[in-house]
Design a protein. Sequence first.
Length: 148
Amino acid sequence: MTAHTLAPRPEVAPLNAAELVFVAQHRELVAGLCGGSVTPEALGSLYDRVLVTWAASPAADRADAEQLVRAFGIALGDLVVALSPGTGWASSTDEAGTELALTHPGVDVLVYPLGVVARRWSAGETGWLAGYPDEIARGLAELAAAGS
């Protein structure tokens, strides 16, 4: 039998003032790029175009990928929040540090949209973002229904 060590559950807290400003700044950036209407389709299309253009650019000319990933992660999380009643942003802290996460009452699951975008950006993956918010919202709803 193999022994498994479970990591302790992260501490979850409401966003602090600095995190609220961080989120607002990134929302504004993406809203401007989407013409003010951030829909899953518009965000997915923008993400794909930006990633392909960024990846095709010479390394010396590339914008800061971390800033782009953060902006797309916030927008992605906001779309999940809009589709999943009760879901909201929180600050998740564990031994590795603090990250922004999505929480849902009655569901013992945290969603890390910035981490999702970071992994898919690093992999050069396109075509996934438009369907992701609905997929996660459905999953959270199923988990909440199962827990009731």
